[in-house]
Design a protein around this ligand. Structure first.
Ligand code: ACO
Length: 320
């Protein structure tokens, strides 16, 4: 016999399935399957952590930017990444996880963040390559997320994508200035492209046949395209842009047909990708340690903010 609770769950599941099938948004007040909630918490919190950890590789160059204008732009960009992290933590909180829990998962090393932020930034040209390649890959992956089925995530992504598009252009412009500069500057720009190209392709995630989450996330319309589809689309966008810059993409197997897009490309070093995911990348330990230290050093700010909030919330007579 069906119990009233079972009947309610079946009705709620039907309502959820209808919303998804009709391209409507799931909102925090709506019933959702537990696995959908968990998947969103996983993806959105990983995304938020990536934005926050992603401030470090570029933060490394704020004090050494080559001009006041470049410094101001870089500060604004790194600050935007902090803002993206905050929108995303807020979106994840609507699913019933707290900011403290997410932060603990990150600094304890239990949470993932994007593989791409575990590589070093030894030269100024890395600021250009990160903007052009890393933020370019982020846009390619994230524009479809503006249509994700979960309302708070999709809405956060709209603003994030607008800002990422500015980031991508500023990176392109840094590389363009270097490519129009001295022979040493051109070598520096090409070297940065050589180092960031493959990790930026790996950012899209493992190949489709090794991506355990894609099928379900696509059925729920969280992801709209597979990892390989987005990767291929990204490379197709890069080819004419590389030509305009005058840089070479470091893939001798790349075949590009302007009408059909990318027809062939070389193999990504997946061993390197999975090593970074296990925590064995060139900068994993440094990134987490830096985040942990910042968290500890910020304890007094959180305590002061909590004390101020408690004071504001206290009844007026008591405050008087
Ligand atoms: N870095 C670290 N971990 C990754 C990466 C990556 N580049 N790609 C995949 N993984 C992890 C997944 O998180 C998953 O691990 P988990 O199950 O323990 O969580 C595992 O590898 C298998 O991958 P998939 O099954 O393909 O996982 P998923 O369907 O979540 O797809 C993707 C991964 C494409 C990154 C997806 O989560 C996504 O689109 N996220 C939102 C965008 C984002 O987080 N971007 C980060 C960069 S932000 C920036 O550039 C500023």
């Amino acid at each position: 016999m069906t119990s009233p609770a079972d009947a309610h769950d079946a009705d709620a599941q039907r309502a959820f399935d209808d919303l998804i099938a009709n391209e409507r948004r799931i909102e925090p007040r709506d019933w959702m399957p537990e696995a959908y909630r968990k998947t969103l918490i996983r993806q959105i919190s990983q995304h938020a952590h990536s934005e926050i950890i992603g401030m470090q590789p570029e933060g490394n160059w704020i004090t050494r930017a080559p001009s006041l204008k470049r410094k101001a732009i870089l500060i604004a960009k790194v600050q935007d990444e902090a803002g993206h992290g905050l929108y995303l933590y807020s979106a994840a909180q609507t699913l019933g996880i707290t900011r403290d829990e997410m932060t603990d998962q990150l600094i304890d090393g239990r949470a993932r963040y994007s593989s791409i932020f575990n590589y070093p930034t030894p030269t100024w040209a890395d600021m250009g390559a990160i903007g052009w390649l890393v933020d370019g890959a982020a846009i390619c992956n994230q524009v479809p997320l503006c249509r994700a089925s979960y309302g708070p995530y999709a809405r956060a992504m709209v603003r994030i994508c607008k800002e990422e598009s500015f980031h991508q252009r500023q990176g392109f412009e840094i590389l363009l200035a270097l490519m129009q500069g001295s022979p040493e500057q051109r070598v520096m720009a090409q070297d940065a492209v050589d180092r960031w190209y493959w990790p930026s392709l790996a950012m899209f995630g493992p190949p489709d046949d090794q991506s355990p989450n894609s099928a379900q996330s696509m059925a729920w319309k969280i992801k709209r395209f597979s990892n390989d589809e987005l990767r291929r689309r990204f490379v197709g966008m890069l080819v004419p842009q590389a030509e305009a810059l005058g840089v070479t993409l470091p893939d001798p197997d790349l075949r590009y047909d302007a009408d059909q897009g990318v027809t062939a490309m070389g193999e990504i070093d997946w061993d390197d990708f999975f090593a970074v995911l296990r925590g064995d990348g060139p900068c994993n330990a440094e990134r987490i340690q830096r985040r942990r230290t910042a968290h500890e050093e910020g304890a007094w700010v959180r305590e002061a903010a909590a004390a101020y909030a408690a004071k504001q919330a206290a009844p007026r007579t008591e405050a008087a």
